[in-house]
Design a protein around this ligand. Structure first.
Ligand code: MF3
Ligand code: CO
Ligand code: CO
Length: 251
C-alpha cells in the first residue's frame, strides 16, 4: 500500500522531536543506555514504537535489542546502547526510527559531548553538507547516480572517505526497501539508474570517515567499527519527493 504523506510527516516529525528531546541529556557521565531509555519513554509517551526494537534484517542478524542506535567515535553505525559512559570530547550519532500508524520516520544526527575537536567537527560538517546537498537535488527525474556522484565529489574535495558498505533506502510502511541510495560511485549497482518520482519516500544517510574506510562487525552481530579506529560521522533525513522538488519529513 502506498504510504500516506500526512502520516509520513507525523512519523518523521516525531523521530526528529525524539532527537531534540535526547539532546537535553547528552553530557559527560551518562551512559548510552540512559539515552536509549529516555528515547523509549519519549516515543511511547507519544503513542508510537521504535522500529529498531527486535528488528532483524532478512533473518541474518540477531533481533536488535534496543530502541535507538548510538554510535560513539569510531563506531560507524548500529552501536547498541549499553553501559558505555560518555566523556568529554566524544562525538556520537543517535539514529531514531519510529513507527506511527504503520509509517516510518528515520533520522539521525551527530552530537558532541562538550566541545568537539576540529577533526570531529569538520568530519560531521562535511557529512551534513553531503546529506543536505543531496536532498536539495531531489525532484522527479533525479537518479541514484546523481546522488552518488555528488557525494563522491564533495568527499573528494575534503579528502574524506564515504563508507561504501552503507546507504540510504526507500521507506514508508516498510522500514527498508528499494532503492539503495548510495553516496558514492558504483555503476554496477542494480539501483544505480533508479529514477525518483513524485510520491517516493527515501532516506539519505551518508557515513564518512577520516580513515581508510575499512570496517568490521563486532561479535554482538550489529556494531560496526572502523578497522583503523578513525572516527566516523553520519546524518540522516527521511524525505518525500514532491511534484517539483522535495519535502523533508524529519525536520
Ligand atoms: N536506522 C537505521 C537506518 O538508518 C537502521 C537501524 S536498524 C537497527 O536505516 F536495527 F539497528 F536499529
Ligand atoms: Co536511521
Ligand atoms: Co535509514
Amino acid at each position: 500500500m502506498a504510504p500516506s504523506l500526512e502520516k509520513m510527516r507525523i512519523a518523521g516529525h516525531l523521530a526528529a522531536r525524539t532527537l531534540d528531546h535526547l539532546s537535553n541529556f547528552i553530557q559527560a557521565g551518562v551512559t548510552t543506555d540512559f539515552l536509549d531509555q529516555k528515547a523509549y519513554d519519549f516515543i511511547h509517551d507519544n503513542g508510537a514504537i521504535s522500529a529498531c526494537y527486535q528488528y532483524t534484517s532478512k533473518g541474518t542478524m540477531p533481533p536488535y535489542p534496543k530502541h535507538t542506535c548510538i554510535s560513539v567515535n569510531h563506531v560507524v553505525c548500529h552501536g547498541i546502547p549499553g553501559d558505555k559512559v560518555l566523556k568529554k570530547g566524544d562525538s556520537l550519532n543517535i539514529d531514531v526510527t519510529v513507527i506511527v500508524d504503520g509509517h516510518h520516520g528515520d533520522t539521525s544526527r551527530m552530537f558532541f559531548v562538550d566541545k568537539p575537536s576540529i577533526k570531529h567537527k569538520r568530519l560531521s560538517d562535511v557529512t551534513y553538507e553531503i546529506m543536505m546537498r543531496s536532498i536539495e537535488i531531489l525532484k522527479p527525474g533525479t537518479t541514484v547516480a546523481d546522488i552518488g556522484r555528488l557525494g563522491y565529489e564533495i568527499s573528494k574535495k575534503y579528502n574524506l572517505k564515504v563508507l561504501d558498505q552503507f546507504c540510504g533506502h526507500g521507506i514508508g510502511t516498510i522500514f527498508h526497501q528499494a532503492p539503495s541510495v548510495v553516496n558514492f560511485i558504483d555503476e554496477t549497482l542494480p539501483d544505480w539508474n533508479h529514477v525518483f518520482q513524485e510520491g517516493d519516500f527515501l532516506t539519505i544517510e551518508p557515513i564518512l570517515t577520516t580513515g581508510k574506510g575499512r570496517v568490521k562487525l563486532m561479535p554482538d552481530g550489529w556494531t560496526i567499527v572502523t578497522c583503523d579506529r578513525e572516527p566516523a560521522a553520519q546524518w540522516e533525513h527521511t524525505i518525500a519527493v514532491t511534484n517539483n522538488g522535495f519535502e523533508i519529513m524529519t525536520l
